[in-house]
Design a protein around this ligand. Structure first.
Ligand code: FES
Ligand SMILES: [Fe+2]
Length: 399
């Protein structure tokens, strides 16, 4: 059983001297120490803080396509059920019956009108309202939808949908989803998402903490050493370091020439300004939802925690209009998919090596590049800020 959210404090894990180095100049600074990647107790604390306090990706909306479709999902150790209502709204509930606590569903379901608990058949509608309790007052004395008895609706969890991406907020206190997304959506105004369609997903199990996958996704410093094709597409001298503000970390580049893997042969976002036709940008929405956007594709990257030393990566590739499914574009699409597979396979070994390195007494937070690594230092700040009750401290080197 996981510890209660308030039973531990940050200094249980990271001493205050090291925390200070998350806020100082990057050349004197540090990223997260080994404990953040190797401790079950830290992992539980992180689940109970980082993953409860903010918006966290839960599921793709296309997996709950029609009214009555429902799917179980786990976030921060909590089993939830996402369900699409007759009003087309996706809602989230704790996946547990209010009577004696049976889990409501174990597998995705389609086209259901109600939740019926398998234990004593209490029945809830798709908005989570209790509708019937068979034999509740004795044999054949049913509670049938009497308003005064409706004291046991399913426990709803805050839930919001942005395009194909369903987010939940477990503690209910995060800023509005719109506000959480705004720093990114403000930068995407030139991209018309109306015909953006899901194409394909790549799935990977990693023997590494989820943070290593996200940190690696964000920083382009390793490109010259790990990604030969990517380095030939945009060289190191054309790359800028990642930037950050609050919970959004981002990076991007302008490319000189298109490539079949990026920006060539597939339909573009409609009416894209010319400067965006040779542009790639990527964003991390802390904690673990990230995506890249190019003129012809949007690629979502999620690292789902699965224990302190394991995570699951999903890369979901979206294309524009017929680019997503027509035969005409099959070759172009497959080139993009194969490219993502190749790139991620180049990353996996490195990420797992970083996990292995975090068991070493010879490392404990790192020595950082003042040019490339301020964002890694900021990521450490975001983690400890979520874990502490102290107010956000403005970093010395913030942009
Ligand atoms: S536990 Fe669900 S109806 Fe009793
Ligand atoms: Fe990489």
């Amino acid at each position: 059983m996981s510890a209660a959210p308030d039973s531990q404090t940050l200094d249980t894990f990271i001493d205050s001297e090291l925390v200070e180095r998350f806020y100082t100049k990057t050349e004197d600074g540090s990223a997260l120490p080994n404990v953040a990647y190797t401790s079950e107790a830290f992992y539980q604390f992180e689940q109970n803080t980082v993953f409860r306090k903010t918006w966290v990706f839960a599921m793709f909306a296309h997996q709950i396509e029609n009214p009555g479709d429902m799917i179980p999902v786990e976030v921060a150790g909590q089993s939830l059920v996402l369900v699409k209502g007759d009003d087309q709204t996706i809602r989230a509930f704790h996946n547990v019956c209010r009577h004696r606590g049976a889990r409501l569903i174990n597998e995705p379901q389609q086209g259901k009108k109600t939740f019926v608990c398998p234990n004593h058949a209490w029945c809830y509608d798709l908005k989570g309202k209790l509708r019937a309790r068979p034999h509740f007052f004795g044999g054949e004395k049913h509670d049938i939808n009497k308003e005064e008895h409706h004291r046991a609706d399913l426990t709803e969890v805050r839930c919001g949908t942005w395009h194909d991406w369903v987010f939940i907020n477990l503690d209910g206190n995060a800023m509005a989803l719109e506000d959480y997304l705004r720093p990114v959506t403000d930068q995407l105004k030139d991209y018309d998402f109306s015909d953006l369609r899901f194409g394909s997903a790549l799935e990977f199990d990693l023997k590494a903490n989820w943070k290593l996958a996200i940190e690696n996704f964000l920083e382009p410093y390793h490109v010259f050493a790990c990604h030969p094709w990517l380095n030939s597409f945009v060289g190191m001298d054309e790359r800028q370091p990642p930037t950050f503000k609050d919970h959004v970390l981002q990076c991007g580049y302008t490319f000189q020439k298109t490539d079949p893997a990026r920006g060539e042969g597939l339909p573009y976002f409609p009416n894209l300004p010319v400067e965006k036709k040779s542009r790639g940008d990527w964003f991390v929405l802390f904690p673990n939802f990230a995506f890249e956007i190019f003129p012809d594709q949007l690629d979502v990257f999620i690292a789902t925690p699965n224990g302190f030393d394991q995570c699951h990566e999903t890369i979901a590739l979206y294309f524009i209009g017929d680019g997503a499914d027509s035969k005409e574009y099959a070759e172009g699409r497959n080139t993009v998919i194969q490219n993502w597979l190749d790139l991620n396979n180049e990353d996996l070994g490195i990420i797992e090596r970083m996990q292995a390195g975090r068991s070493s007494e010879g490392f404990d937070g790192g020595v950082l590049s003042p040019y490339w690594d301020p964002a890694s230092q900021h990521f450490a700040r975001l983690i400890v800020d979520s874990m502490s009750d102290s107010n956000y401290k403005k970093p010395v080197n913030s942009k």
